[in-house]
Ligand binder design. Sequence first.
Ligand code: SAM
Ligand code: DTB
Ligand code: SF4
Length: 343
Amino acid sequence: MSQINTAPRHDWTLPEVEALFDLPFMELVFQAANVHRAGFDPSEVQLSQLLSVKTGGCAENCGYCSQSAHFKTGLKAEKLMAADDVVAKARAARDGGAQRFCMGAAWRELKDRDLPKLTEMIGEVKALGLETCATLGMLTADQAKALKAAGLDYYNHNLDTGPDYYKDVVTTRTYQERLDTLAHVRDAGMSTCCGGIVGMGETRRDRAGLLHQLATLPAHPDSLPINGLVPVSGTPLGDRILADGSKQIDSIEFVRTIAVARIVCPKSMVRLSAGREGMSRELQALCFLAGANSIFVGGKLLTTPLPGLDEDSKLFQDLDLRPMGGKVHVEAHDHAHEVVAAE
Ligand code: SAM
Ligand code: DTB
Ligand code: SF4
């Protein structure tokens, strides 16, 4: 058995990451669970809530995305929401138990003309006592600084997949452009949220390639979301699965991806991100055992569904998990599983 490494390393090689994927499953999950315990309380899970503040009509052609203007997904494009409306949703998210509020916009890149409205909403969300996160597409160095000054704690910008498979997923933005935005975010002093999607038809080597990229960044992502592809009708990658369900990623391979992410980025918050809606409670439990310690909550991601608070509350109770941050959340209408969190 190889030595368990709990200190962050930035010199992972691709063969080393592939070798982790190839470990016997029980050995891999055991190692990942040990790394998780060395860095975190394994009964704590961080809760984030998303809001799509600008939906649809996006100029990029990300082959999985409901919001790309390149595909007919039936989604209605909307304008950037008013700051007051966003703040009302953030307050409700906070009162529902979320610790972090993430504002997402279907943009290729942030335009300077939208900055004043965004900085206003970020400042007001932060004033509610929430951690703030945004995902607005590519940023310049100056835009990153302006968002940081407005009170933005985290910026989400995903690499999505390994460098070799990337061209099969999106052609309107390069891998390097994504890395450049991440550098601007780090240089501005914000925390990074960066991960990818599994189940898009990529190979295990591509999944290892994604995690290798993340683990060799100048700083590991503070949050590392692992999204299971949510197949959206009308998108090239979603239609592939909707036509042939057997192309959906194997759930054991999904858990392996979480476990390897935990091992190569031992101090990152590994988020069991999109795709939870289709997962059994047992599969989610295995993901938490393998080192996932963050989820999205609140019934909706950006445009696709998530389990509701009642369902997650029951899951947390049954798994003896509690939300990070220690907020007590009471479900008014179901006292059988009313406490989500303890102080
Ligand atoms: N437009 C911005 C961008 O792409 O950077 C921000 C929003 S975009 C929706 C954020 C991330 O959500 C994507 O990078 C992708 O990883 C994830 N995502 C989008 N659609 C998804 C889907 N159908 N299934 C799983 N993850 C998805
Ligand atoms: C991330 O990695 N996953 C979130 C968040 N970052 C912005 C988004 C998931 C989107 C899933 C598809 C949808 O709801 O549109
Ligand atoms: Fe646009 Fe983001 Fe969707 Fe790509 S993932 S099409 S950039 S909203």
